[in-house]
Write a protein that binds this ligand. Structure first.
Ligand code: ADP
Ligand code: MG
Length: 688
């Protein structure tokens, strides 16, 4: 007796090579074939009259051959003229054909044809339809159920796939498919088995348009189960973490009150609220793992400083990691400003320090003299040992693959408290699905007085006009960024193309101080340039995307981005966020190379219309999909079997409800669900 858990190699006629190919689609067993669902359907359940059809319809017709003709031109064509029983005519056109095929098409024979309706000079046509000559006893194309079309990989034909899936469905009929989800939903939804059966071969009276838009109850049931299972595995990680112990901070608030009084601005309500949420976590002996989200310029940094201070006041060390050296150094400067008067010693670690500098800083960290440690990835190198690291803050996490970073916290003796700050907001549906293991705080309000950055799209051909604009802004005492975004293979090529633009600008703006910054400069050079820019000694800073994230120079009020059409929305929003940081009116000019694709035009339009990072992130998700946005590490959510978090976002809440139910189920059912829905090779990140 074949079983649903048999390997696919057990299917007759399916060899090793094919099995390997199917494995790449994640198909190893008959059960996997049953879960390999159609990507769309063809409707061959009824014969459509030619009087009832229109252009681009995909239909099944039945008609009789009137005449055959071969056009003998260089591009030989076989034409077959048909008429149906109401004498409506259609022409079949074949651009390649065999002699054998031609001989089969005989005047007076009746055939069924399935294909797309096109319009030619003489009326309806079908090109290379699938056809059967039924008067020659070929089996008709008419089917009792909708015809599934399966996703394929190279070397696998649609027919073969259909055959294997059908075989597996036969085996399924007589097998037991454990339906753990049914117990949880208390049978309020269709069963797993009936849903799968239905979706492989929907009867013709099923609501096909619902199926096509993935809104059929059987699809919704599977989607909810899949989403809930992904959330379950994240919730399990969260539960495991909560079971660990860490240092609970005692909230003394002496230093925080001092800091609060020293600020030259008032915290926004949103900031205070987030600080409160973080403090509540820090006061607990369960390790914090919190995502702090906020739009560009919403003031995440100061929230981090308040968290650091709690660690310091409890005599623990806190580390903050920035994604780039420029940003790490900027933090050093800001934090020194905030923390100096509180007498808190800071250590700084970056990849390009010389040995002596590094040794000094390392000993500050090791002895525990430095309570706050700022740096780049260098913070987590082996040679760094902390005395009592209890809080790790990761700033401007760029790609949203935060789980990877979290494993870097093994530096501490205990699991430390962790705060991850995102560079741009994450769409809600992603937070609910990919980050169900994290707690979230959102700064949903900008400091008062911020002006909307005016955003303009400008054709590259008009680049000369910018010279006047730059001079004008500069005369007003404001500064300008010009970002070169050429996506070159290497940093060397990027630097070279930035160099060209730089020379052009320098020639045309000889009276201004124009300086070029790129990733190939030494740390000292970069630092020097950024310092000069901050101090207003540079009018125009020409840069590669090294300045993309976090840089804060409020006097800069014009941002020009070259080749903006090549960048994603979140990245452009991030770049634009470098201006509009003061109370001055700011402008962002997005230059593009025409012609623009529709997608690129849409992206530029969205940026022109909106400054709302949360909305932009959502659009970015819709336009580019979760894979692009999450980064390569987190493909679990991006390659689900049936669910799609953009399309199915409306089901996430329900899935969330069931995932917490699943968490109460026994371990065996939990593991069975996870094994069923989540490919093992894609789940590394759950261990982080
Ligand atoms: P981001 O969230 O992009 O990291 P920053 O933390 O760099 O933003 O803050 C941007 C700017 O806003 C900084 O100059 C900071 O000093 C200022 N800022 C932060 N909070 C407030 C506030 N409540 N009121 C006024 N300015 C603020
Ligand atoms: Mg920041």
């Amino acid at each position: 007796m074949p079983s649903i858990s048999d390997p696919i190699i057990s299917i007759k006629g399916l060899g090793k090579k094919t099995s390997d190919r199917l494995n790449q689609l994640g198909i190893h067993t008959l059960e996997h074939l049953v879960f390999h669902l159609p990507s769309r359907y063809q409707d061959k359940t009824s014969i459509t009259s030619l009087s009832d059809t229109s252009l681009n319809d995909e239909i099944l017709i039945e008609a009789t051959i009137d005449r055959i003709e071969v056009i003998p031109s260089r591009q030989r064509q076989l034409l077959c003229y048909l008429s149906d029983n109401q004498n409506h005519r259609i022409l079949l056109r074949f651009f390649h054909f065999t002699q054998y095929q031609k001989q089969g098409l005989i005047r007076g024979e009746t055939m069924q044809c399935f294909g797309e309706i096109k319009i030619g000079r003489k009326g309806f046509e079908m090109h290379h339809p699938e056809y059967r000559i039924i008067t020659q006893n070929q089996s008709p194309l008419l089917e009792p159920t909708l015809t599934p079309i399966y996703p394929l990989c190279s070397g696998i034909s649609q027919n073969k796939m259909k055959q294997w899936v059908n075989y597996s469905l036969e085996v399924l009929k007589t097998s037991q498919l454990d339906d753990y989800f049914e117990k949880i939903t208390q049978q309020s939804m269709p069963s797993l088995k009936s849903s799968l059966m239905l979706l492989h071969h929907p009867e013709k009276d099923e609501d096909l348009s619902a199926i096509e838009s993935f809104k059929h109850v059987s699809q919704q049931r599977l989607i909810i189960e899949e989403l809930a299972t992904h959330q379950l595995s994240l919730l399990k990680t969260k539960k495991a973490r909560k079971g660990k112990k860490t240092n609970a901070f005692i909230l003394k608030n002496t230093l925080s009150n001092k800091l609060l009084n020293s600020l030259d601005f008032k915290l926004t309500n949103a900031q205070s609220h987030c600080i409160q949420e973080i403090n509540d976590d820090l006061a607990s002996s369960e390790p914090m793992l919190r995502l702090l989200q906020g739009d560009v310029g919403s003031g995440k940094t100061i929230v981090a400083v308040f968290a650091l201070i709690q660690a310091v006041e409890n005599n623990f060390q806190a580390a903050i990691m920035a994604p780039t050296e420029i940003l790490a150094r900027q933090h050093l400067q800001n934090f020194t400003h905030y923390l100096e008067s509180l007498n808190i010693q800071i250590a700084y670690l970056s990849g390009s320090q010389n040995t002596q500098e590094r040794m000094e800083q390392l000993s500050l960290v090791e002895s525990g003299k430095a309570k706050v440690v700022i740096g780049t990835h260098a913070l987590f190198q082996e040679s760094v040992s902390f005395k009592n690291l209890s809080l790790v803050i990761i700033d401007e996490q760029h790609k949203f693959g935060v789980h990877q970073r979290l494993s870097l916290t093994k530096k501490a003796n205990h699991t430390p408290h962790q705060l991850v700050m995102t560079a741009t907001p994450i769409p809600r549906s992603l937070t609910m699905s990919a980050y169900a293991d994290l707690d979230t705080s959102i700064i949903d309000e900008l400091p008062p007085g911020r002006q909307k950055v005016e955003t303009i799209a400008l054709n590259n051909a008009r680049r000369d006009e910018l010279i006047t604009k730059i001079r004008k802004i500069s005369d007003e005492g404001r500064q300008i960024y010009w970002v070169c975004t050429l996506i070159e293979e290497s940093e060397a090529l990027r630097a070279e193309s930035a160099e060209k633009t730089f020379n052009y600008l320098k020639d045309h703006l000889a009276d201004l101080t124009v300086v070029l910054i790129h990733g190939r400069l030494t740390k000292q050079e970069k630092e020097g340039i950024m310092k000069d820019f901050e101090n207003g000694q540079i009018n125009l800073l020409v840069a590669t995307t090294v300045i993309e994230v976090g840089v804060n120079v409020p006097n800069a009020s014009l941002m020009i981005v070259e080749n903006a059409e090549r960048l994603g929305l979140a990245q452009l929003h991030q770049l634009r966020g470098r201006v509009g940081r003061g109370s001055e009116k700011s402008i962002c000019i997005l230059m593009y190379q025409s012609p623009l694709s529709n997608n690129a035009r849409e992206r530029l339009d969205i940026l022109r219309q909106s400054n709302d990072g949360f909305m932009i992130a959502q659009k970015d998700l819709e336009l580019r999909g979760p894979g692009e946005i999450l980064g390569t590490q987190q493909t679990g959510i991006a390659s689900m079997k049936i669910a799609n978090i953009v399309r199915d976002a409306y089901l996430l809440k329900e899935a969330g409800y069931y995932s917490s139910k699943m968490l109460e189920a026994n371990l065996d059912s939990q593991n069975a669900l996870i094994n069923r829905w989540i490919d093992e090779e894609k789940t590394d990140y759950f261990d982080a």
